[in-house]
Design a protein around this ligand. Sequence first.
Ligand SMILES: NC(=O)c1ccc[n+]([C@@H]2O[C@H](COP(=O)([O-])OP(=O)(O)OC[C@H]3O[C@@H](n4cnc5c(N)ncnc54)[C@H](OP(=O)(O)O)[C@@H]3O)[C@@H](O)[C@H]2O)c1
Length: 337
Amino acid sequence: MAEFINPTLVPKRKLATGEEIPCIGMGTFGSDRFTPEQVSNAVAGAIRCGYRMFDCAAIYCNEDLIGEVFAAALQEGVVKREELFITSKVWNDMHGKGDVLLSCAKTLRDLKLDYIDAFFVHWPFPNHHAPGCDGDSRNPNSTPFSVDAFMATWRQMEHLHDMGLARHIGMSSMTIPKLEAVLPLCRIKPSLIEMELHPCFQQQALFDYVVAHHIMPIGFCPIGSPTRPDRDMTPDDIADITLPEVVAIAKAHGVHPAVICLKWAVQRGQIPIPFSIHENEYVSNLRCTMVDPLTDAEMKTLKTVERNCRLIKGQVFLWPSATDWHDLWDENGVIVK
Ligand SMILES: NC(=O)c1ccc[n+]([C@@H]2O[C@H](COP(=O)([O-])OP(=O)(O)OC[C@H]3O[C@@H](n4cnc5c(N)ncnc54)[C@H](OP(=O)(O)O)[C@@H]3O)[C@@H](O)[C@H]2O)c1
């Protein structure tokens, strides 16, 4: 029997509404490496270990199996629905009129839920790529970001919230210029925003912007995604868990460097959503939020390991006239079209 961590003792984060949610969740993207069965088995184990937040998405192609796990846990009385915070995301090929509603309905059916706690626009581009495609794959119909198109999608997200199907709505992989353009137009503001966050990719300006707008930052790839899909691996990428500073701090605490990345994330203020199918790993990931915090000096050291190393570059979403993946991220402060 795995270690049980009392979820009421796991630190909480407060959303703008005042609602409290766990300071850490579990990711469920199998990264084209782990099967839906492996991922859903890990979710089953994680609920029983005390995880209460799970980050799902339609494109992870495992929501049906994860739904069975949720249904069994609820049925067996392992957890009550209101104790869980379950998120999902509409994929890029479902941004069109009526499609967001269809996508949410399918996710609810697959996850076997009446409502989702937070529903995200997965990417701000309506560009589909097939699961498992390689890094050079391009869709000739891809288009750059458009405020009008994004807001048409967001209106449907607001509608889902109005109908009570999504308790919160959120965005993902946004930039400050895109947020500047769309936030003033939102009738219902995003409660949460997912962004890539790990020690060597801290996105300090975006993080500060989001927090200043009372939006909760959710950090994906919090360990530097060592098992990410091959298409997202490039020779210049830096592995957070091999950085000498991270390794030295891990030694001092007697833990794996992955755990140091998570402690840093929680103490900085984002909600990390680490993935693992291994029980010893997901248990230590949850436990580390409650014990043996990093010192101020260690937090300061970790601030210095920033390398601006974006791992999920998104090149498969590029449109025909785009130069390269940098165009997706508005690095000069204006939306690239
Ligand atoms: N919104 C978005 O667009 C977006 C994009 C990417 C990801 N996400 C979400 O973020 C989640 C997390 O990102 P990710 O899965 O890419 O990367 P990650 O959580 O940074 O890394 C996951 C890998 O780290 C290793 N690991 C985990 N815990 C460990 C521990 N305690 N000790 C040693 N190694 C450990 C595992 O590798 P081994 O199996 O080798 O041990 C695992 O496969 C995803 O699952 C998904 O839910 C969202």
